[in-house]
Structure formats: structure tokens, C-alpha cells
Design a protein around this ligand. Structure first.
Ligand code: DAH
Length: 357
């Protein structure tokens, strides 16, 4: 008679070479169970990778795993011992499964995630970057100005960039050889056509078309023969405001401009008027603002009460209606709002600049 100690430490008794009896007792099954449990307890804390954890799971609970093999021995026990042995094995299986899951969680991976590397989603990765554009800072400023006046009941009007001398000058009370024409040094296209030097001609065009009352703002591109430097550009943008109605006064104009400055720059900016001259307004004023961070007064626009001569020119009766208007430079407003000190930045299309708005 030979006794062999197998890898499972089961006593195997071989009576004859061709007849094998496995002598399984409850006692040595218990020993097996505690050996497996102890070995799991010892090995698990040393495992630091989820793949190693998976290997151990297969080694224990897989089809040929140690725990699975122990279940197969159940049938070899004396019948009266089987219920208790089954219970012990189930407990072992539960314990091993729970310990493995616990270790996987500690390693930062849910049990199912370890099953397939390809299906894993790392929610900590940054999202995909989808770049999208935005409006040019000058367009943004123009839109902001429009928005403020639309809320006050104004409508947006536009006119042509190629103008006649009549609309750009004469109708605005700037006759030929008037010294004020020099202020608007122009690009002429032919004898009588030029690139408009301001948005004021749109006032004339709209007044010719419509009857008062009238409340419009006219944004648009303008051109002057200026050399480019930090504060001048031959191409620039203006917004014109015009309100014509019965009994409008300079006080109304002041109120509208004050409201606009508060909305556009914020309440902490101060504002002041001073006298000026424009051929198409009487009286004419200049508007300055003082930012909270500065001691300087900065000019933001020219304005005034529409000159009765201009009203007459478009067929309005200056005894019936009065009007006021202003003209401001969009670049200037943007430069003051964003503290930009060089107008050329707006036209260079440098993305490092544009991305900041
Ligand atoms: N058009 C003038 C310019 O370009 C600005 C201006 C001044 C417009 C007074 C107005 C105004 O409507 O009333 O310099």
C-alpha cells in the first residue's frame, strides 16, 4: 500500500496500479479550505496590479481553479458530511470573491472593468477640444452699442460706403471750399464720388426717406486719408445716432448720452460736455469720459442739436421738429473699454490678440 501526498495535500491511497481510491475526509477538506483561505489572505495584499488580481481569480475560481477543484471533491465525501462540506466551500468561495473585489476596488478598478481593457473608459481624461470662432472685438463693440440703443427704441439704418459729395458734405452744411472739409481729408473715386469720411451722410439719406419722428443708429465703415499710426487708421468704423422729434432739447441729448456711457462703460466712469463746432449741429458739443483708473478726460464723441439748415435741406420744418445727433468711433470705444493703446492691432489679424476677446 502506497500513500501519496498530492498537490492538494489529499491522501491518495493506491491499492493496485490500476485501481485508484481517493480517500477524502471532512477533516482534510477543512484543512484544504483553511490553507486556500490563508494563502489568499497572504497573497492579496501583495498584488498591486489589476491583471495580477485577475490571474489569481482564475487560479482560484476558474474552471480548473483550486476552489473549483475542491467543489469536485464533494461527491467523494461520505454522504453525511456533504451538507456541511458544501456550506464550508460556499463560504470559502464567497470569501475569496469578496476579497478579490475588495482588492480590485483598492487598486482603482471596478471588477467588471478589469474584464476588458478595450472597453475601459477613463473619465478623468480631458474632453475633446472643439475650437469655435467668435466675433472680432470691433464687431462685438458695435453689437454692444446697437443693443443699448435698440433697447431705447432706436432702429439700425445703413448707407453706402461710396458717397456723393452732396451727402458726405453739402447736405451736412459743409459747402465746397468750406475750411471744415479739410478735417475730413477724403479718398475720391471720381469728380463727385468719394469713400465716405463719416457716417453722418446716413442721417441725410434716412431723413429724406422718412417722416419724423425718427430714431436711428447707423454703424459703418469710414475712410480718411490719414497715415496709419497708433491712433489713426485710414479705414475705421463709426456709429451715428440721430433722434428727430417735437421739442427735443440738449437736456434730452445729455440724458441719452449719459445713459449710454453708463451702460457701455459702467457706472464708475464720469462724463462731461464741452463746446465744439460741427457745421451740421448747433450747438455742437464734445463728450469726454474719465475712467475710474485715470485722471485724464478722454474724448469719446462729437454731438449736438441738428442744425436747422440741415433739417430744412431734407424737407423737415425746423419750427415743428428738432433733433440731436452724435458720431463716435468704434475703434476708440473699443480701445477705451479694453485698454488697447494701438489701433493697428484691430487690423493685423493676429490671433494672439483676437483670442483675448
Ligand atoms: N461726423 C463727425 C465726425 O466724423 C462726428 C459727429 C459730430 C457726428 C457731431 C454727429 C454730430 O452726428 O452731431 O467727426
Amino acid at each position: 500500500m502506497i500513500f501519496i501526498v498530492s498537490s492538494n495535500c489529499l491522501l491518495v491511497k493506491i491499492e493496485r496500479a490500476d485501481i485508484i481510491f481517493l480517500m477524502v475526509t471532512l477533516k482534510n477538506l477543512r484543512q484544504q479550505i483553511s490553507t486556500v483561505a490563508a494563502s489568499v489572505e497572504e497573497q492579496l495584499p501583495q498584488i498591486n496590479e489589476t491583471t495580477r488580481c485577475e490571474e489569481l481569480r482564475v487560479h482560484l475560481l476558474g474552471r480548473k481553479g483550486e476552489v473549483t477543484q475542491l467543489f469536485k471533491l464533494l461527491g467523494k465525501l461520505p454522504p453525511q458530511d456533504r451538507p456541511i462540506a458544501g456550506q464550508l466551500l460556499n463560504e470559502l468561495k464567497k470569501k475569496v470573491t469578496a476579497a478579490l473585489a475588495c482588492r480590485l476596488t483598492a487598486l482603482g478598478s471596478a471588477p467588471q472593468q478589469s474584464q476588458s481593457k478595450t472597453e475601459r473608459i477613463d473619465i478623468t481624461l480631458p474632453g475633446t477640444y472643439h475650437p469655435h470662432g467668435h466675433f472680432h472685438p470691433l464687431s462685438q463693440v458695435q453689437q454692444k452699442i446697437e443693443e443699448i440703443f435698440l433697447r431705447m427704441g432706436f432702429t439700425v439704418a445703413v448707407g453706402p460706403e461710396i458717397e456723393t459729395e452732396y451727402y458726405n458734405f453739402e447736405a451736412l452744411n459743409i459747402p465746397a471750399h468750406h475750411p471744415a472739409r479739410e478735417e475730413w481729408d477724403s479718398f475720391y473715386i471720381d469728380e463727385t464720388h468719394l469713400l465716405r469720411t463719416h457716417t453722418s451722410p446716413v442721417q441725410i439719406r434716412i431723413m429724406e426717406e422718412r417722416k419724423p419722428p425718427l430714431r436711428i443708429i447707423c454703424p459703418g465703415r469710414c475712410y480718411r486719408r490719414d497715415n496709419q499710426d497708433a491712433t489713426h487708421s485710414p479705414v475705421f468704423h463709426q456709429v451715428e445716432m440721430l433722434w428727430v422729434e417735437k421739442q427735443l432739447s440738449l437736456a434730452n441729448l445729455k440724458y441719452i448720452i449719459e445713459l449710454f456711457v453708463k451702460e457701455f462703460f459702467g457706472k464708475r466712469y464720469q462724463m462731461r460736455f464741452s463746446a465744439d463746432f460741427f457745421p451740421f449741429t448747433e450747438p455742437s458739443i464734445q463728450v469726454h469720459i474719465r475712467p475710474p483708473y485715470s485722471t485724464d478726460w478722454l474724448e469719446i464723441m462729437g454731438a449736438g442739436m441738428v442744425d436747422p439748415i440741415v433739417l430744412q435741406e431734407v424737407g423737415y420744418d425746423p419750427d415743428q421738429v428738432t433733433g440731436f445727433a452724435f458720431g463716435l468711433g468704434i475703434e476708440r470705444m473699443a480701445m477705451l473699454r479694453y485698454k488697447i493703446d494701438d489701433i493697428r492691432l484691430f487690423f493685423q489679424n493676429d490671433l494672439r490678440f483676437l483670442h483675448q476677446f
